[in-house]
Design a protein around this ligand. Structure first.
Ligand code: GRF
Length: 226
């Protein structure tokens, strides 16, 4: 039996708003896990792109999911962008907001409005190669430059500080001789990101993830009461 009270009995799905900016392979991983039944009771209410023309929006359309663009470029001020993004997210009425390759910094007001209800996937083992300036290929370039033997991906809750929120799941990926940033990025996606992002969503939808007073995450085993 599912521990997601909303998913129980197949009524009332656990609603996601997925925020994207690019290719949307992480979005696709979520769509695929919903389609194959491993994310039972979860549905994507809206895909919101912060970048016009993002391929992720085509993936949403193909899957029959409403897609929207709310880009800072459409607005004169950061405040106006922030208000429009907030309105679009609220309209989707999400249980959880998923940043899946979203390259725009999420306005503080949105983070405050959805405490521990926004998650992000970062393509490194936080706290390594994270924070300001570490996005996209730059993360993998930095890992190769430093010569680390292991990198990976992290799913974490979003807080005010960039990449600083409570860590939910991490998966390690080994670095191989001859890796380029592009090769490493692909391996991190295949072996880590596309696995742990849907997995984190499943755990949260099942009501098994909590954040303690000390700011670290606890994950209850399936069937464990509290
Ligand atoms: C991924 O590496 C993600 O971790 C990062 O941006 C990249 C975009 O992936 N934040 P996609 O748009 O899901 O394909």
């Amino acid at each position: 039996m599912s521990e997601n009270p909303k998913a129980a009995g197949g009524r009332d799905p656990f609603r996601l708003a997925v925020l994207v900016s690019g290719g949307g392979t992480n979005l696709q991983a979520i769509i695929d896990r919903i389609a194959d039944g491993s994310l039972g009771g979860v549905s994507i209410a809206a895909v919101i792109s912060t970048s016009p023309g993002a391929y992720a929006l085509e993936r949403a359309e193909k899957a029959g999911i409403p897609g929207f663009t709310v880009s800072p470029k459409q607005f004169g001020t950061r405040e106006d962008f922030s208000a429009a993004l907030r309105a679009k997210v609220d309209e989707a009425d999400p249980d959880l907001i998923v940043l899946a390759g979203c390259l725009t910094k999420i306005p503080a007001a949105l983070v405050e409005a959805y405490p521990n209800r926004i998650i992000n996937i970062h393509p490194a083992l936080i706290p390594s190669f994270s924070g300001k300036g570490f996005y996209g290929l730059r993360v993998h370039e930095a890992a190769l430059r430093r010569g680390v033997r292991v990198t990976g991906a992290t799913v974490h809750f979003v807080s005010e500080g960039l990449d600083e929120g409570p860590i939910i799941l991490q998966r390690a990926v080994e670095i191989r001789e001859g890796d380029t940033p592009e090769i490493l990025q692909r391996r991190v996606m295949e072996q880590a990101e596309w696995e742990i992002l849907p997995e984190a969503i499943r755990l949260i939808a099942e009501g098994r993830v909590s954040v303690g007073a000390e700011g670290t995450v606890r994950i209850r085993a399936a069937g464990q009461e509290s």
